[in-house]
Design a protein around this ligand. Structure first.
Ligand SMILES: Cc1cc2nc3c(=O)[nH]c(=O)nc-3n(C[C@H](O)[C@H](O)[C@H](O)COP(=O)(O)O)c2cc1C
Length: 184
């Protein structure tokens, strides 16, 4: 059940960023409140306006933007989120979180939350298979972060391999399971 749950969706800068639209729509259909944080690089792929319109909430990108009210935004979002979903998750955000880097709104909010965090990676197959990326994923799993693994198929870079973002509908089903059962 996602009805009334607060889901913070982190969107990072990959070619699959546009699929965040379908993820937001599916989460909204399930009755969830969706709060989007985008990285600056994600805004090169898809606009905050689109994600704001779909989520019906303000989209946060800049950590130093003056907040609407007296609240430290990354802390208030970190507390508000019942669950964090990072989809698509770049090699970069995985690497940053795995190594304790908090240098933008998304990585800082992830660092500040005590809620469950789920990464749905999407990247080129060589990037995904890179030992550093795999080590970072293993490290995050050991710390209790969840992953919805990418699938195999035709990638945007015109190669066939592993790295496609899992289908938005499947991601939302997995999130439901995690919220209901407590584990994936
Ligand atoms: C056209 C294009 C597509 C990209 N697709 C991906 C991708 O699917 N996955 C990924 O990890 N990085 C991808 N990148 C690289 C990221 O944008 C880059 O690593 C960036 O620093 C990620 O920043 P962020 O994690 O702060 O959003 C792509 C870059 C370009 C120019």
């Amino acid at each position: 059940m996602l009805k009334g749950k607060n889901i913070v969706l982190g969107v990072t800068g990959g070619i699959a960023s546009y699929k965040a639209c379908e993820i937001i729509s599916s989460l909204k259909k399930e009755g969830a409140n969706v709060y989007v944080i985008m990285t600056k690089n994600a805004t090169e792929f898809i606009t905050p306006l689109t994600l704001m319109t779909l989520s019906k909430n303000k989209v946060v990108v800049d950590m130093f933007e003056m907040p609407d009210n007296y609240e430290v935004e990354h802390i208030s979002l970190a507390k508000k989120g019942d669950l964090f979903l990072i989809a698509p998750a770049t090699a970069n955000i995985i690497g940053k979180v795995a190594n304790g880097i908090a240098d933008d709104m998304l990585s800082t909010t992830i660092m500040a939350t005590k809620s469950k965090v789920v990464f749905a990676p999407a990247m080129n197959d060589a990037m995904y298979e890179n030992k550093i990326v795999q080590d970072n994923i293993r490290k995050l799993k050991d710390y209790g972060y969840y992953f919805i693994d990418p699938t195999e198929g035709m990638l945007a870079c015109n190669t066939k391999g592993i790295g496609r973002l899992e289908e938005p509908k499947v991601i939302v089903e997995e999130i439901k399971t995690l919220m209901e059962v407590g584990t994936l």
